[in-house]
Design a protein around this ligand. Structure first.
Ligand code: PXP
Length: 247
């Protein structure tokens, strides 16, 4: 198995800062191009129903402006489906979305929402868009994702990142179990949400995880060290953890 671990950079929060003043600075597309220059394997952007950060115009400009794959995070709604089918990003990560949440709070309920999700997975896949489902590290959710024919799952690792000590090692075990199960089902496994220099190592060390999507922490660190330095340090922690595991 290819042990290269891709780093996808989520540029949503560059748009959050831009939108705080309603103008066009800082530009998330410029940040995406910088991330690409600094070695990002992909760019992730979440077009939310309320357009609180990324806008429709940003998606259009990202499609034209970057040379690495775009992963469009989207809710399973007809509006987002139409946008995805129009722009045909490399990948679409289907996420749950609640209007009042600060960020994506949990994974999709693929078990309960299978019927609804199937239409979206099928329509996106028919246009060659690689679909991933953002789910909790849970065996039943993985089984349901595989049953729907989704090629990729992204595991929500926020509970691991937000917990401490014993609870954190319990969460890590849950992720490990899910990653092994995803592999046994033939699912490509990604992970994301809340990853930092401190939390990324143990996740990066899991050899069948193919991609990590990281946003808030990298954009925050970029304020202090620049995006390139923040990405290089993140990449270095990821690579060291992966190399130790596969040595
Ligand atoms: N993956 C998914 C599916 C997400 O919804 C998010 C947050 O938008 C991320 C990864 C990145 O999370 P963070 O910004 O906490 O690094």
């Amino acid at each position: 198995m290819d042990s290269y671990l891709r780093l996808g950079v989520n540029i949503d929060h560059v748009a959050t800062i831009r939108n705080a003043r309603g103008g066009d600075h800082p530009d998330p597309v410029r940040a995406a191009k910088m991330a690409e220059q600094a070695g990002a394997d992909g760019i992730t952007a979440h077009l939310r129903e309320d357009r609180r950060h990324i806008s429709d115009a940003d998606i259009e400009r990202l499609i034209d402006g970057i040379n690495v794959p775009l992963n469009l995070e989207m809710a399973a709604t007809d509006e987002m489906l139409e946008i995805a089918l129009r722009h045909k990003p490399h990948a679409a990560c289907i996420v749950p979305e609640k209007r009042e949440e600060q960020t994506t709070e949990g994974g999709l309920d693929v078990v309960g929402g299978a019927h609804h999700l199937k239409t979206y997975i099928d329509k996106l896949s028919a246009e060659g868009i690689r679909v991933s489902l953002f789910i909790e590290p849970d065996v039943a959710q993985l089984d349901a994702a595989a049953g729907l024919g989704a090629p990729v799952v992204e595991l929500h690792v926020g509970s691991y990142c937000d917990s401490r000590q014993v609870a954190r090692s319990r969460e890590l075990q849950r992720i490990e179990k899910a990653v092994v199960h995803a592999h046994s089902l033939g699912l490509e496994c990604h992970a994301g949400h809340g990853l930092t220099y401190d939390t990324v190592g143990p996740v990066a060390a899991m050899p069948t995880i193919a991609e990590l999507n990281i946003g808030h922490f990298l954009i925050g660190e970029a304020i202090f060290t620049g995006l390139e330095n923040a990405m290089m340090r993140m990449r270095s922690v990821m690579n060291k953890a992966r190399a130790r595991e596969t040595a």
